[in-house]
Design a protein around this ligand. Structure first.
Ligand code: BES
Ligand code: ZN
Ligand code: ZN
Length: 481
């Protein structure tokens, strides 16, 4: 899908189809040409409703009020476009002139993220007919936005949306294909294409560097683990940030085996790692002035004669010992060592980890929202602000000293699960916090993306399956530093 900015009124652009946004004011806007037909169809322009009129070559779509719903409305409209033979489609800025930036962002997100489909394993592939989107600079209030500024927003947003779709492709790929070794190959190929530094470490490195928590999780699998480290180092970087990603290419639960129904979709347990790869790809292609490192722990949590067991005590890279009480709480073990690696080897200004860490987070905030946790209130709220501006949903979950006590172990420094069935998203984050050095406590954020990373139904501009959750939010946050 290519974009061309056209410095003309929408009515003066000739395209196979024209997308016409309809606000909550209804059909009175000058862009609406087919009032009588639309009224007959009982189309009122409610949010996310679409009316395709083949004869007039127009697709009307309701955008509701405010800008938040715009990306979803555009996504609904583009699905209708994809069902036609149209090669070109024209669309105006769907917001008023003053907020054309939000309009242009939502347009690109809605179109590119909404048009995504994953058919790698289908024998019949969907053919992409739509070639070009002509974006008119005309805004809802009839004023024209500056074409150059729309162009630069669209250019940047296109790169970002490509990175979201890159992340989605990795997550949607099956575990037989995307093993830890393959994930490392994908990372190094992407690094080469984007001029990033890349170091991949194998089992021998994990053993040599006493990353026994990470290594234990990976031990039972015939697919060996990889520690992936990529770096984007622009000149005059304002800050150095490490993004740590959970890359469980499969999570069977290990000996604390998941029930069948809960195991399905666990290919998506690599969503954190896939997201951080997408983020650094976007950051490099946009050319942000922040030094960004990616540390991804790639492993498979499997069963077998060599599997780590409940009752084992693991010594992490930090030296802290961990009593394993449930092998399905494996992500935090991999992340513990990755977080230590990040602090010791990279010495960043800020650390953000991203993980499909707990089902409890999904229970707490629902499927569509990322859980944001950490010790620094201002840092947490900066992430919420970024989420808002990015088109993603996020909410904070609060730490407290009572939940922290639940991680106490009688045999080791701490247990890998909390002793209560409640507050699991927070106890998981508090476990990670034990591996954040004192000087980094206020410089760390944990993002639990277990809900939005992979949803088995389409929602908003997201398809069935992987959404690429976290990519837009964290890129927006990096831009705000
Ligand atoms: N990968 C899962 C968490 C998860 C659950 C992600 C649902 C996406 C959807 C994680 O490794 C896990 O199994 N966590 C356990 C922790 C428990 C054993 C303390 C969980 O959430 O049940
Ligand atoms: Zn698990
Ligand atoms: Zn997991």
């Amino acid at each position: 899908m290519k974009f061309e900015i056209v410095d003309k009124k929408i009515d003066d652009i000739g395209a196979d189809l024209t997308l016409v946004p309809v606000t909550k004011e209804g059909l009175s806007h000058a862009w609406v040409k087919d009032r009588a037909v639309l009224e007959k169809m009982k189309f009122k322009g409610e949010a996310d409703t679409v009316a395709y009129l083949p004869e007039s070559g127009r697709i009307y779509f309701g955008i509701g009020e405010g800008d938040e719903g715009l990306q979803d409305a555009v996504a609904a409209a583009v699905k209708t476009v994809l069902g036609t033979e149209a090669k070109t489609v024209a669309v105006p800025l769907c917001t008023v002139h003053e907020v054309h930036e939000a309009g242009a962002k939502a347009l690109v997100d809605g179109l590119m993220l909404g048009a995504y489909s994953f058919d790698k394993y289908k024998s019949k592939k969907s053919e992409a007919v739509l070639e070009k989107v002509l974006v008119s600079t005309e805004a809802l209030d009839g004023q024209n936005a500056d074409a150059a500024s729309v162009q630069s927003i669209v250019d940047e947003r296109t790169k970002l949306a490509e990175s979201v779709n890159f992340t989605r492709d990795i997550i949607n790929s099956m575990p037989e294909e995307v093993t830890p070794v393959k994930l490392a190959e994908i990372a190094s190929e992407m690094a080469k294409e984007n001029g990033l530094e890349c170091n991949i470490y194998d089992e021998a490195y994990l053993k040599k560097n006493k990353m026994n928590a990470f290594h234990s999780v990976a031990r039972a699998s015939t697919n060996p683990p990889r520690l992936i480290h990529l770096a984007y180092k622009p000149k005059n970087a304002k800050k150095k940030v490490v993004l740590v990603g959970k890359g469980l290419t499969y999570d069977s639960g290990g000996l604390s085996l998941k029930p069948s129904d809960f195991m399905v979709t666990m290919k998506a347990d690599k969503s954190g790692a896939s997201a951080v790869l997408g983020i650094i790809r976007a950051v490099a292609s946009i050319g942000l002035d922040v030094e960004v490192h990616v540390v991804a722990g790639a492993a498979e949590n499997m069963i077998g004669g060599n599997a780590y067991k409940p009752d084992d005590v693991l010594t992490s890279r930090s030296g802290k010992t961990i009593e394993v009480r449930n092998t399905d709480a494996e992500g935090r073990l991999v992340l513990a060592d990755c977080l230590t690696f990040a602090q010791e080897e990279i010495k960043p200004d800020l650390i953000v980890d991203m993980a499909t860490l707990t089902g409890a987070c999904v229970v707490a905030v629902g499927e569509y929202t990322t859980g944001v946790m950490g010790h620094n209130e201002a840092l947490k709220s900066s992430m919420l602000t970024a989420a808002d501006a990015s088109g993603e949903l996020a909410a904070t979950l609060p730490f407290n000293k009572y939940l922290k006590k639940l991680l106490k172990s009688e045999v080791a420094d701490l247990s890998n699960i909390g002793s209560s069935r409640y507050g699991g998203a927070i106890t998981a984050a508090l476990f990670l916090s034990e591996f954040i050095e004192e000087e980094y406590k206020d410089k760390w954020l944990h993002l639990d993306i277990a809900g939005p990373a992979y949803v088995e139904k389409a929602w908003g501009c997201n398809p069935h399956g992987a959404s690429g959750a976290g990519v837009r939010m964290v890129v927006e946050w990096l831009k705000s530093l």
